[in-house]
Ligand binder design. Structure first.
Ligand code: ACO
Ligand code: OAA
Length: 363
């Protein structure tokens, strides 16, 4: 039985539409190209939450409220978070967010969006023996994240790249983590519960845990001329190529190009090397060719995670924190979906068909 629910339409939503054949993503009425690099993450948060909170303020006030939420999270959660000994930043992030009080209100939503933005930089620094850097409530969200990570003002192209990334991954139809958020929200458990469950779903390597292993793959390949042989050997072993394939897209993921543009800007600014980008391009070309030959019936191209890996590496995030950085962007989508589910949906409770033994068949 195929239990991946491939063609099941499980809900109606105003949040986003993923057209897998045309390679088109629409977020609340806007194409990705209209948003990525043109609107700030704060503006996209306002867009994604519109209609779901009665007291949602105008865009500029929302940005200020998000800044205050960063300061609040820093005071409330960072001291305890830096004592967490979880194996990865993403697992520590989940534990560090757990004390947040559950609720359905805007203040809870903004604290949730602020939480990974503040906690991921603090957790990375703690693992390097560096003290946490307090947020600047008046700064732009992406620039402030980089300042908290590096304890200095970010270069404009770095802040722009992170902003573009957060916008690009902010929502994406009924992906596994968003579906998880909606299931939990449908029980009226609250936004914190829905978001933590979604974060747990996101961290798997088939979903938002993929970009770290993309870098492992690039490191393993080492040089463009070794790509072909390395990829063939990996596929011969039955492995999946990380950052390739998608449940919905049958063409190249449209987000890949937006992110690659940002990576190019980071190369121009000296944050990423030309060699790394050239290696990634060679791997993309070789893998696309090899996958087309091996799986002629199943178009497999890069997904959003491929150039995410290069972008986050260039911004100084270690690979074990990549899922936490993904969550910084996706939280706005999870919260919009969770609110839509609570306000307009019902308890999600599908059926299963029992195929185990029945008592009357037992000897
Ligand atoms: C933000 C995101 O979540 S984007 C996705 C991030 N995940 C990754 O990059 C991990 C690698 N990719 C994958 O594992 C898959 O492509 C997924 C999980 C994303 C989607 O998978 P599904 O839609 O369930 O496809 P499914 O698992 O049915 O695969 C179909 C066929 O393509 C193959 N295939 C799919 N992806 C890959 C891949 N990355 N490398 C090699 N083969 C692949 C499968 O082996 C399968 O072949 P088979 O029919 O001969 O057994
Ligand atoms: O839509 C999906 O299945 C996975 C994905 O690309 C995302 O969550 O961004």
């Amino acid at each position: 039985m195929n239990n991946g629910l491939d063609d099941v339409v499980a809900t109606e939503t105003v949040m986003s539409d993923v057209d897998g054949l045309a390679g088109r993503l629409i977020i609340r009425g806007h194409s990705l190209d209209d948003l990525a690099g043109r609107h700030s993450y704060e503006e996209v948060v306002a867009l994604l939450l519109a209609g779901f909170f009665e007291d949602l303020p105008a865009e500029r006030d929302l940005a200020a409220r998000l800044g205050s939420a960063r300061a609040e999270v820093f005071e409330a959660l960072v001291p305890a978070s830096t004592r967490l000994g979880h194996p990865t930043v993403t697992e520590a992030l989940r534990a560090a967010m757990a004390p947040l009080a559950d609720g359905e209100d805007l203040a809870t939503a903004l604290r949730l969006i602020a939480a990974p933005a503040v906690l991921v930089p603090a957790l990375i620094r703690q693992r390097r023996g560096q003290p946490p850097v307090a947020p600047d409530a008046g700064a732009g969200h992406a620039a402030d994240i980089l300042r908290m990570r590096h304890d200095r003002m970010a270069a404009p192209e770095a802040a722009a790249a992170l902003d573009t990334y957060l916008v690009t991954v902010s929502d994406h139809g009924l992906n596994a983590s968003t579906f998880t958020a909606r299931v939990v929200a449908s029980t009226h458990a609250g936004l914190v519960s829905a978001s933590l469950a979604a974060l747990s779903a996101l961290k798997g390597p088939l979903h938002g845990g993929a970009p770290g292993p993309v870098l492992d793959m690039l490191d393993g390949i080492g040089a463009p001329e070794q790509a072909e042989a390395w990829l063939e050997a990996s596929l011969d072993k039955g492995e999946r190529l990380m950052g390739f394939g998608h449940r919905v897209y049958r063409v190249r993921d449209p987000r890949a190009e937006a992110l690659k543009r940002s990576v190019r800007a980071l190369v121009a600014g000296g944050e990423q090397t030309e060699g790394r980008l050239a290696l990634a391009e060679a791997v993309e070309a070789a893998a696309t060719r090899i996958l087309a030959r091996r799986k002629p019936d199943r178009p497999l191209q890069i997904n959003v995670e491929f150039y995410t890996a290069l972008l986050l590496e260039a911004l100084g995030f270690p690979r074990e924190s990549f899922t936490g950085v993904f969550a910084m962007g996706r939280l706005a989508g999870w919260i919009g979906h969770a609110r839509e589910q609570t306000l307009y949906g019902r308890l999600i409770r599908p059926q299963s068909r029992y195929v185990g033994p029945r008592p009357e068949q037992a000897a």
